[in-house]
Ligand binder design. Structure first.
Ligand code: FEO
Length: 383
């Protein structure tokens, strides 16, 4: 229970393998939903369709025979909207409260926008429930264009939609930042400007509690979460250190990476993160590249291109607005090395990348010249 009159009615999903069809979620996923019990009763967001019955049971166990007056829809992605139509059948007198963009999507998903029962709201509109009042704040592209968040002023509760969410079900005890960062960078990371706009609006509110659509309800030390969201959405450096992302076919590029790692640690680099892109979780590797300020790309020339996992990695970074980093390159190519040229070309679209002067060019296996290059690159990176 959140407060006497605001209750959690969400569900945990331990059946899911890939969230949004691509992110591994070994600890499952939570689809949060909230109930405000007042003179009028409101439910904030629904859950994935597979969990409709469980969700309805959660609502009924709180309300008994009391009915629901409003379903507030903040986001139309199916992990939250999937049970809307079933809910509207179960509570056939309930009205549905959302914005114009969301109602267009509703029609696309369900073939109806519930025209007879809809309440269309826009920026700053309010919904009075009795002692509680919700104020709606539009948050386009955090994470879809129709997203809005809702602020309940009596309790200082921000229903924040996907913002401040994380991977992982609520019955698994887990540190917040690791899975919140992977979630944020992967899913919302491209939209830093829009998240900054939401944070600016949020700074004008007296927020005591944050109720996201995934992950735990945040009640204490809110500055910690807001500060991380500010760093992530402004593409700042969260942690000092160097990330080395690499692929290696026969272990020669890997050897160069290991030498660089060792050299960096000997020079006092506070943290070196090494990710083998063929074997690690790509979303973790992307998250690390955004977290730290310095990224080394090491790969082989392959079909006059670069190794596929490195191509996917860089494409994902570019797509997510990778910027504000010091970057360096290690290439391997036995007869016609061109990996560095290809990698630099792919990263050209990124803003504010500072390239290290030292480049490491391996012609098959690491030689003495390469060892000097690696030492010099390490010096540059720790400067
Ligand atoms: Fe949790 Fe964008 O849906």
């Amino acid at each position: 229970m959140l407060s006497q009159n605001i209750k959690y009615v969400g569900v945990n999903d331990h059946e899911i393998d890939l969230f949004e069809g691509q992110y591994v979620v070994p600890d499952g996923m939570a689809y949060n939903s909230y109930l405000i019990v007042d003179k009028n009763v409101a439910v904030i967001d629904s859950v994935d369709a597979r969990f409709f019955s469980e969700w309805l049971g959660n609502i009924k166990s709180q309300l008994g025979e009391k009915t629901v007056d409003y379903l507030v829809v903040q986001h139309m992605e199916p992990d939250h909207s999937g049970s809307i139509a079933s809910f509207m059948q179960a509570y056939h007198n309930a009205k549905i409260v959302s914005n114009a963009r969301a109602f267009v999507m509703m029609k696309n998903y369900f073939g109806t926008d519930f025209a007879e029962r809809k309440v269309v709201v826009a920026e700053g509109d309010t919904l009075n429930l009795g002692n509680h009042t919700l104020t709606f704040v539009m948050a386009p592209m955090v994470h879809w264009p129709e997203v809005m968040v809702s602020f309940e002023s009596t309790t200082g509760t921000l229903f924040s939609a996907d913002a401040f969410g994380k991977f992982g079900a609520l019955d698994v005890d887990q540190e917040w930042a690791c899975e919140a960062r992977r979630y944020y960078i992967g899913i919302v990371g491209k939209y830093g400007v829009q998240v900054q706009a939401l944070l600016k609006k949020a700074s004008a509110l007296d927020i005591q509690t944050i109720c996201p659509l995934h992950g735990p309800i945040l009640t204490e030390n809110l500055g910690y979460y807001l500060n991380l969201y500010n760093i992530w959405s402004s593409y700042g450096v969260e942690s000092e250190g160097v990330v080395i992302a690499y692929t290696s076919v026969y272990g020669n590029t890997k050897k160069a990476v290991e030498l660089l790692e060792q050299e960096l640690l000997e020079l006092g680099c506070p943290k070196v993160v090494v990710n083998d892109l063929a074997r690690c979780d790509m979303a973790e590797a992307v998250e690390d590249a955004f977290r730290y300020g310095k990224v080394v790309f090491a790969t082989t020339t392959y079909n006059a291109e670069i190794f596929p996992f490195m191509r996917e990695f860089i494409s994902t970074l570019v797509e997510h607005n990778f910027q504000n980093k010091q970057v360096a390159f290690i290439e391997n190519g036995s007869w016609a090395p061109m990996a560095t040229k290809v990698m630099k070309g792919m990263l050209e679209k990124c803003k504010n990348l500072t390239h290290c002067q030292t480049e490491v060019k391996i012609m098959s296996a690491v030689n003495d010249v390469n060892i000097c290059q690696i030492k010099s690159l390490a010096q540059e990176l720790v400067k």
